[in-house]
Design a binder for this molecule. Sequence first.
Ligand SMILES: [Fe+2]
Length: 308
Amino acid sequence: MSIYRFTLLARPKRANGGGAPTEKNLASDALDLRYPSSSQNDRDRASAVFSGAVVIYRALPAMLELVECIRDITRQALKVTDPCLAESLLESPDFRHRASSARKVVRENDDVASLYRAVLREAGVDVSAAFYDHFKLRFQPSNEVSRTRYMRDLPVHRDTWGSNVHAQINWWAPIWPVTTDRTIGMFPALWDVPVLNTSADWSYPEFIRQLKADKNTAYPMLPYCLDSLSPSDAVPVVVEPGDIMAFSGAHLHCSIPNQSGIVRISTETRTVSAHDLINLRSAKNVDCNAPASQFDWFRHIETGESLA
Ligand SMILES: [Fe+2]
């Protein structure tokens, strides 16, 4: 189905009566931030995040260890003592190459994986029922010349437009301190308001096919928003290194454009709990028209078994 057909035929009526999201409705809802004082079971977390809350687990001991572990990896890979200043200290090709190396190490490092599992346990996740995609290191550079497909300001999106797995939970944590002009941004007013997007037409197999044929392909890495929403309308979320936030993969979010001169360095993963799938706990689908679900993106966090 073309984007136009989706626009005309399948677009759900907006909760505000139709039309593009307005300044008024963007500002009308505050972000529902919750700070559990102790670990939280999967059912309670699901209840919170699948109703639009952002749950922040503060100063988890394992997260503090994971921060130190990833800082060491990043310093070694970038060969600078302060990776947040790497754009100023390195030539752009060196920065891009070394940052890419750091990302690869984090993705494959056993200590990172072990600490991530410990973080999730401390948050109360039953890891025996948890499936994840990857443990990612994310660089958000400040300069245009430093950017790549995987290191850039991420546009406004819902992760579920790509995965079509509405029980997906996103986990995000800073490795070095972030600020309101260098962090993740959320659109709480659009949590349950449909926005135009390319989920109906986007294809992961096609993305992979085109990427193999041409590593500079213009085919988008993920579906994107067609409504004219600005990251400046997003609510920036600032948490400390050692904290980790969990939110629904269906939450509309983006990178706050980084013009700070300092690289934002953060880590993230995405999980799906078998408990949530069995008990039909998920976010409501308000505007995803993806033709397929990507359960195969997720593997068991301990055994590696596919969720597909
Ligand atoms: Fe995302």
